[in-house]
Design a binder for this molecule. Structure first.
Ligand SMILES: [Zn+2]
Length: 610
């Protein structure tokens, strides 16, 4: 059976199946149930929020053989023909597609003829602001004296471009962007019905990337399912969207929490070497801090964690609530300065050091130094860097606020020390702050002193987490100044710093021609569902900004050979290969395997960044 894309499969057929837009639906349902019908409706809102979906359901409400109602039957021939897009009395026009615009005037000239089979002759005109002026005039004339049997359902992303004469003749409804939470909750529902496993962090990231559009969210989810071989994983979603992935800022947070300036700067160094965008890094840190704060004040929210729940619980436990607030505030206000800096890495480092410098005064006492050890949650006495360095760099741990002792708030540092779970767990099952960074998700073992088993790091250098990843392999980006050419495009793409859907679309483009004034791309037609015209202008300006050369960008759909997506996939495979070799050959791993009869779980090795 052919795979039906989710957006089509889950397109709402009746109002009650729609997510969000309650304000619009309520008004429509009310009017329909009281038979107060208007002859022209205008739906506005950004793309993918459901304008034409509402319009099609409304068309069924008007034309259902069972009579006009807010609950069309869905089974009569009128309902079915509309659902399948073959109703002769529902005339759909996409004003954005140039081929059809010339027909529009002619279509409108036929408006006086009665509907063929149904109650009403319904015109659904999408992106109505793009109609030619001739068509506009014809539409206006019709709206001035509409025949009894005609209904007009107009949709636009840009109502500002509609003349007041049209606006004044329509009943107008504005559809809102869907919130990321709303979208990820719906995706969870869809994937459950599809019996597809999905990580909450992956759904949260899809929800954010969709920027309010359910259609885009579902298209991205289709891609993620294909990418993950039937599962929706956070790492895959991050790599599809060029986002750094929420887990990759954990070393920064851990070092911040422990007051370890050096480890923090090392973590920044690693992010920089992987070409991370520091605006995005800050956004991800903010997301973590928000989740940490929620978790501290309402522990139940941990169950819906949008980031790694284990790490979240650990950090919520270890960080003082007032620190979390301060970090959030300082990172938010420092973000513009990092993003606009000519040296974002340096600016980001200064911002992080400022967080350390401005932390509330730290009390020194034996007890509080003990506290500093607890966040590692390492039940065995450890000589690894974590606890000791904490007291050296900054013997942190201010007294907790009173409120923390109440039942409302998550566990305090003390309770984690006493946690019976921790005491009874073998050390290699326990996450420690460096383990989280190393991202070796083996559940069979995870040593207390962790080598940096990322694809790009030298396992020998790990102990202090100090040294930077090793020399670049052939498949690594060289970080040279951005230059666009057909040959450079696949590797240079990552340096553009695109994110989200634009990243996704551009990563599936092959560069086919570059001249002094133009750059032509071919977008993989199998991955074109998220593409819209606005991406051309955005890519054009991103390229101009990166290279300082303005070129006219064109994008056509077709089949492609070499794209950034393909290049990145090969690079990641190469990194994974190196990581696997590093782990297999590591003397500590080999000793553990022999002593405890342990083994490395296949497929559990992951590289840190995509
Ligand atoms: Zn019906």
């Amino acid at each position: 059976m052919a795979y039906t894309v989710l957006a089509r499969k889950y397109r709402p057929q009746v109002f009650r199946e729609m997510v969000g837009q309650e304000h619009v639906l309520k008004a429509l349902i009310n009017a329909l149930d009281h038979n107060r019908l208007h002859h022209a409706y205008l739906f506005t809102g950004t793309r993918g929020v459901g304008k034409t979906t509402v319009a099609r359901v409304l068309a069924k409400c008007f034309n259902c053989d069972q009579g006009v109602s807010s609950e069309p039957c869905g089974v009569c021939s009128a309902c079915q023909e509309i659902a399948e897009g073959r109703s002769v009395d529902l005339i759909e026009v996409d004003a954005a597609s140039r081929t059809k615009v010339e027909d529009t005037r002619e279509l409108l000239e036929n408006v006086q003829y009665a509907p063929t089979r149904s109650r009403f002759k319904i015109y659904l005109i999408d992106e109505v602001h793009m109609l030619s002026s001739h068509s506009f005039n014809a539409l206006l004339k019709t709206l001035e004296e509409p025949p009894e049997h005609a209904k007009f359902l107009l949709a636009t992303t840009d109502p500002q471009k509609l003349p007041a004469t049209i606006l004044s003749r329509c009943l107008q409804f504005h559809l809102k962007n869907l919130s990321p939470d709303r979208i990820s909750a719906y995706l969870a529902h869809v994937l459950e019905r599809e019996m597809i496993q999905a990580e909450p962090a992956a759904l949260a990231e899809l929800g954010r990337a969709a920027e309010g559009s359910m259609r885009d969210a579902l298209s991205l989810t289709d891609q993620a399912i294909a990418f993950g071989g039937g599962q929706v994983r956070a790492a895959d979603v991050s790599s599809m969207l060029g986002s750094i992935g929420s887990g990759n800022v954990l070393p920064v947070l851990d070092a911040l929490q422990l007051g370890q300036a050096k480890a923090m700067l090392d973590a920044v160094g690693i992010l920089a070497e992987h070409g991370a965008d520091f605006g995005q890094v800050i956004d991800t840190l903010l997301q973590w801090l928000h989740q940490i704060a929620l978790c501290q004040w309402v522990p139940a929210t941990l169950e819906q964690a949008q980031v790694d729940a284990q790490a979240l619980a650990r950090l919520a436990d270890a960080m003082a609530p007032q620190d979390v607030q301060l970090y959030y505030q300082m990172l938010s206000s420092g973000r513009p300065e990092v993003v606009s800096s000519s040296d974002p890495k340096a600016s980001f480092e200064m911002l992080l050091l400022r967080l350390l410098a401005f932390r509330p005064a730290i009390a020194f006492s034996e007890e509080l130094v003990d506290f500093a050890v607890s966040p590692t949650q390492n039940p065995v006495p450890s000589t690894s860097s974590s606890g000791v360095d904490a007291s050296q760099d900054s013997p942190r741990r201010d007294a907790r606020p009173q409120v923390l002792d109440t039942d409302n708030v998550g566990a305090t540092g003390e309770s984690s020390v006493e946690s019976p779970v921790l005491d009874s767990t073998p050390p290699w099952d326990e996450p420690s702050e460096v383990a989280a960074e190393a991202d070796v998700n083996s559940h069979s073992y995870e040593p207390a002193t962790e080598p940096d088993w990322t694809g790009s790091a030298d396992p020998e250098t790990e102990e202090t987490n100090a040294k930077k990843p090793e020399a670049v392999a052939p498949l690594e980006s060289l970080g040279a100044p951005f230059t666009l050419s057909v040959a450079s495009w696949p590797a240079a793409f990552i340096d553009l710093g695109l994110t989200g859907i634009l990243y996704n679309v551009a990563s599936h483009c092959e560069c086919v021609r570059v001249t002094d004034t133009a750059a032509d791309f071919c977008l993989d037609e199998r991955n074109a569902s998220l593409f819209n015209e606005s991406h051309v202008a955005k890519l054009e300006s991103a390229l101009a900004q990166a290279e300082g050369v303005a070129r006219k960008v064109s994008v056509v759909l077709g089949s492609v050979r070499e794209t950034p997506a393909g290049w990145l996939q090969r690079r990641d495979e190469a990194r994974l290969q190196r990581a696997t070799e590093a782990i297999t050959n590591d003397p500590v791993v080999q000793a553990l395997c022999q002593t405890f009869d342990a083994h490395v779980v296949p497929n559990s090795i992951k590289t840190r960044l995509h």
